[in-house]
Design a protein around this ligand. Structure first.
Ligand SMILES: [Zn+2]
Length: 268
């Protein structure tokens, strides 16, 4: 203890009132360690803020769906691109303009349609185009509408018979409004182009490129904000479905339901 304090004093003398080089390096080292401990926490907090924003956005779109239904015989709209801004020039021939989208008169083009963690999609069904760098900048909307049956991998499918799709249906058609998915983010499911190439994405909390060629090898979770038919919205982790039953990722869970199954007739 004496030795340390004497060398401390001698160090102070050598450099006058300032710090010695060693002291400075120790301080810089400590700051570095503290920063490395703090930065991931800050990054997670920032990412959580983005996720909360998406849940809020989808709640507002839920209000838009309700207003649309009131004006349209209590029905869900048709078309995959329900709202948002005009598509990028490369997409104007295949995607509707902002004004042509069914929610246009209820939730106008605005940041409500944008996910701050939107990392786009490398594959778009039936085309050789991609939604890059983001889906919002190209398609005009980050979120997807569960209007039709989601894509499945080769040899994959649905374990039950499918009783139609949501687009154009009366709101009373929905089997369980608390679980039925109306809108979601692309990481919740898979996409494939006309050639059958499949691609999964990760946006919120994702690490790496965000483009996943096989969900079973993904290093992070498939997180997505979801709007349900009863107008509530929440973040959900779709990894158990996408990774667990790779061939049948759209079966109902306690939290969500992608499609309406044909129920077996009751026994007499
Ligand atoms: Zn989002």
């Amino acid at each position: 203890m004496m030795l340390i304090s004497s060398s401390w004093r001698s160090g102070r003398r050598r450099s006058g009132a300032g710090f010695t080089l060693i002291e400075l390096l120790v301080v810089i080292g400590i700051i570095g360690i503290l920063a490395s401990m703090l930065l991931p926490t800050l990054g997670r907090a920032k990412e959580k803020g983005k996720a909360i924003q998406c849940v809020s956005n989808l709640k507002q779109l839920g209000i838009g769906f309700n207003l649309y239904a009131q004006d349209n015989r209590d029905r869900y709209p048709l078309g995959s691109f329900v709202g948002g801004q005009d598509p990028a020039p490369a997409f104007t021939n295949i995607l509707p303009s902002a004004r042509q989208r069914p929610l246009y008169g209820y939730v106008g083009p605005s940041a409500v349609y944008r996910c701050a963690s939107d990392r786009g999609q490398a594959l778009i069904p039936q085309t050789d185009l991609e939604f890059k760098p983001t889906r919002y900048e190209t398609a005009g909307i980050s979120y997807d509408y569960n209007d039709s049956l989601p894509t499945v991998v080769a040899n994959g499918g649905f374990l039950k018979g499918v009783d139609g799709v949501l687009a154009g249906k009366p709101t009373s058609w929905v089997p369980d409004t608390t679980r039925y998915i109306v809108m979601y983010e692309p990481p919740a499911r898979l996409y494939a182009n006309a050639a059958g190439d499949a691609q999964w994405q990760q946006w919120h909390y994702g690490v790496g490129s965000g483009e996943i060629s096989d969900p079973r090898n993904a290093r992070s979770d498939f997180q997505s904000a979801v709007l349900f038919a009863d107008s509530h919205a929440a973040m959900h982790n779709f990894s158990p479905s996408l990774q667990g039953d790779y061939l049948h990722p759209y079966e109902a869970t306690r939290q969500w339901m992608w499609y309406k199954a044909i129920e077996a007739p009751a026994r007499p």
